[in-house]
Design a protein around this ligand. Structure first.
Ligand code: GLN
Ligand code: ZN
Length: 766
């Protein structure tokens, strides 16, 4: 066995420093480049990544560099590798049974009537993976040797890299039962069938030159999966016994990031594998366990979730404590793959240099790992200068103006700030709004047309003056308002044409945030987002949305809905300071929004929506952490909205339909009206709502905005009737599933017209 390197990272961003992969993949989809050219671009990116990581200090030939590329998603990669593809895509296999690149993309994106794999959140990150579908009929067989070829490609370039693959337990635990599976089928029951394919893969990787392989098994830390911890532990024990027992394999590193392993740690310690990577940012140093004496413990002490340079000395101290466990060796690593952070802070030439000195993106984190690794082998004296420098930067950050802003901090909060008068009182005050039964509204955004994007880009580049851009936006708003009047909607929106993104827009307009130029992070497939950096105390220098909403309101006699992004979502989709509890930061954002709501009210806006689509996203993986999360997240929403007058109707919007999971939270938010996704599940959620006994306003979506399909009048009508059957009409609202920004005007107008007509028909009977 070759020793595990002293420093490594669990994975590296794969989209490219300038999103080269996104551009190439989308060019391939559009038919502008062929498969060969796409493969060439990807190979160049992988080569550049290896060279870069070596230049940053990872070893070329000791398996320190992970082979963690993906064209779309690492879970899809693993599913395709072991041949776990749904039967509706079986025809895409080549004659020899393999699944090629075009087939891979089709499984990810769907084709005509064949729906793609579903997508869902990857643990507690903002990354989304594709959900494998596995049933009794799934035939596992090695169906792609892409990873093997990448190892060989690296070897040819003089590297010994460490291939990374989602492990068998996580692959099955994240899978859902296939359409063909019987009721109650558990994909984890196929473990024994998939293990031989993993064994074959390991042998092939070994033959291609890999000395180490990394099996990613984050499912082992989660308490939020259908499989319980005991079942996952048993599966891990079995899987590692089989894989570790193979003769012809690389040494195995099992990585279980995103939280503490808790009770599963001893299972891994006892397993016949050579190394275990633990997340020491989200979890504490584990207790001593049997079987460590011949293993390497890889301590994930550099935060893979965040962009702070952080406390390097504390990270080193944690590694020293890990040493006390008596493992054969200890290595330094990131807590998770660096997939969740942007490439390189050196690219951010327009950020304040002082802020830059507090930051570490992926490349800086690689260097930090290098420093810690040196400290492990040569002792802390060898890295004293680097540790001091990092500590000085941290001190500078904590003392810097704006990080702690007296004016923000002296606002004392009292219980009354978190509540409005009773719902009954508000309901009667809001009768003055004069809304019809089954009021019609939308979720906020209207199509972000090419015109809008072009105008924004030109304005950002300084090619058109502010006044012209504002005129353009006002014309957009006027058109959106008049369209809604023509259609016959009841509560109108301004359409959000001024917003590049529902979080970034607020970040750009609040103090305490910075916006990056190249800080892209993969969200799913070819999509990336550019999270803002919430570095200091948050406050609002001036009203943000009031001019736009006020202008829109001035154009119509109907109610115009003000549109804000809620505190939890703003936090969830930004990189957030780590020097105080999240709840404290959330309350600062909440107070800024509270001021905005007061200003909207003063401008004559009587309906205000505060979007919280990320409420469920931030839910901690460990059950024990969930109640306190829900406490502070709900409190911040209530603080934001708690100052609204009884007659002001507060709406919120959540993007998903697992109502059951968050019903208590939704109830606690105490919004007057909550809109949620429902059309995709054909209104299944209304049964949950009825069962839960929810009595506030509720708008289950009747139009799936994720596809360009126009729902027919009868279809919407039947969804509405289902809702009317289960929920009292006085509570019901009619709206699409989500904002319309990704849609075109043609289908949007046709769909809304059908929704209005369906509502008219149902109204006639209630
Ligand atoms: N108001 C936002 C919009 O309509 C809400 C988007 C969301 O929930 N993701 O675009
Ligand atoms: Zn939504």
């Amino acid at each position: 066995m070759t020793a595990f390197p002293e420093g490594t990272i669990l994975g590296y961003p794969r989209i490219g420093r300038r999103r080269e992969l996104k551009k190439a993949v989308e060019a391939f989809w559009a038919g502008r480049i062929d498969e060969q050219e796409l493969e060439r671009t990807a190979a160049e990116l992988r080569a550049a990544t290896r060279e870069r990581l070596a230049a940053l200090g990872l070893g070329r030939d000791d398996s320190a560099i992970p082979e963690s590329f993906s064209f779309y998603d690492q879970v899809l990669d693993a599913a395709v590798t072991v041949g776990a593809i749904p039967s509706r895509f079986e025809h895409l296999r080549a004659a020899d049974g393999t699944v090629g690149l075009p087939a891979y993309f089709t499984i990810a994106r769907g084709e005509r009537e064949r729906a793609p794999l579903e997508m869902t959140k990857w643990f507690d990150s903002n990354y989304h993976y594709l959900v494998p579908e596995i049933g009794p009929e799934t035939v596992f067989s090695l169906s792609s040797d892409r990873l093997v070829r990448e190892v060989a490609e690296a070897a040819a370039a003089g590297f010994t890299t460490r291939p990374v693959v989602v492990g068998p337990v996580t692959l099955l635990a994240l899978a859902k039962a296939s359409d063909d599976a019987p009721e109650g089928f558990d994909p984890l029951s196929r473990l024994d069938d998939v293990l031989p394919v993993y064994r074959e893969l390991l042998a092939r990787l070994r033959a291609a030159g890999a000395t180490w392989v990394q099996l990613d098994e984050p499912a082992l830390v989660s308490e939020s999966l259908p499989a319980d911890t005991a079942a996952l532990a048993t599966a891990a024990e079995r899987a590692l016994a089989v894989l570790g027992g193979a003769e012809d394999r690389p040494s195995i590193l099992v990585a279980a990031p995103y939280a503490a392993l808790d009770a599963v740690f001893p299972v891994l310690a006892a397993a016949p594998v050579e190394a275990i990577a633990v997340d020491l940012v989200r979890g504490a140093v584990p207790s001593v366990a049997e079987g460590l004496a011949d293993k390497t413990l890889v301590g994930g002490v550099i935060d893979g979730h965040n962009i702070w340079r952080g406390d390097l000395a504390a990270a080193f101290a944690t590694l020293e404590r890990l040493r006390d466990l008596g493992a054969a060796a200890v290595s330094a690593s990131t807590s998770t793959s660096l997939l969740h952070v942007p490439h390189d802070v050196a690219d951010e030439t327009s950020l304040d240099p002082r802020l830059v000195s507090w930051l570490a993106f992926a490349d800086q984190k690689v260097q930090q790992v290098g420093v810690l690794a040196r400290g492990l082998s040569h002792g802390p004296e060898a890295i004293a200068a680097e540790l001091d420098e990092a500590s000085a930067a941290l001190r500078d950050r904590l003392d810097a103006p704006g990080v702690r802003d007296g004016a923000v901090r002296e606002r004392a909060l009292v219980d009354a700030d978190f509540s409005r008068v009773s719902y009954e009182e508000r309901e009667s005050a809001q009768e003055a709004l004069g809304l019809p039964v089954l009021p019609l509204t939308t979720i906020g955004s209207f199509p972000q047309t090419a015109d809008i994007r072009r105008a924004r880009a030109r304005f950002t580049r300084g090619e058109i003056p502010r006044d012209d851009y504002d005129d353009f936006l006002r014309r957009e708003i006027a058109a959106v308002v008049s369209l809604q009047e023509d259609l016959g909607l009841d509560v109108l929106v301004h359409g959000e044409p001024e917003r590049n993104d529902m979080v970034q827009y607020f970040a750009e307009n609040l103090d305490g945030f910075a916006v990056t130029e190249h800080g892209w992070v993969q969200s799913y497939g070819s999509r990336a987002t550019r999270p803002s950096i919430l570095w200091g105390d948050v406050s609002r220098a001036a009203p943000i949305t009031v001019d736009w909403s006020g202008y829109a309101q001035s154009l119509t006699a109907k109610h115009l809905k003000g549109m804000l992004t809620g505190p939890v979502t703003i936090l969830a989709w930004s990189f957030v300071r780590d020097d105080q509890p999240l709840g404290e930061t959330a309350n600062q954002v909440a107070l800024a929004l509270r001021e905005e709501i007061a200003d909207l009210e003063a401008a004559g806006i009587a309906v205000i929506q505060v979007d919280e689509p990320a409420l469920r996203e931030l839910l901690p993986l460990k059950k024990a952490d969930q109640p306190s999360y829900l406490d502070w997240s709900v409190a911040s929403f209530r603080l934001a909205t708690g100052g609204a007058a009884p007659g002001t109707q507060v709406h919120t919007h959540l993007c998903y339909s697992e109502f059951g999971v968050v019903i208590d939270a939704i109830r606690a938010l105490d919004a007057d009206v909550t809109s949620i996704e429902a059309a995709r599940s054909r209104m299944e959620v209304v049964a949950d709502i009825a069962e839960a006994g929810f009595d506030h306003g509720i708008g289950p979506g009747v139009y799936d905005i994720h596809s360009p399909r126009v729902p027919a009048v009868e279809e919407v009508e039947s969804l509405l009737r289902r809702a009317v059957e289960e929920i009292p009409t006085r509570q019901l609202w009619v709206n699409p599933d989500c904002g319309l920004k990704t849609r075109g005007y043609e289908e949007t107008t046709a769909s809304l017209r059908n929704i209005v007509e369906a509502t008219r028909r149902v109204r006639a009977e209630v």
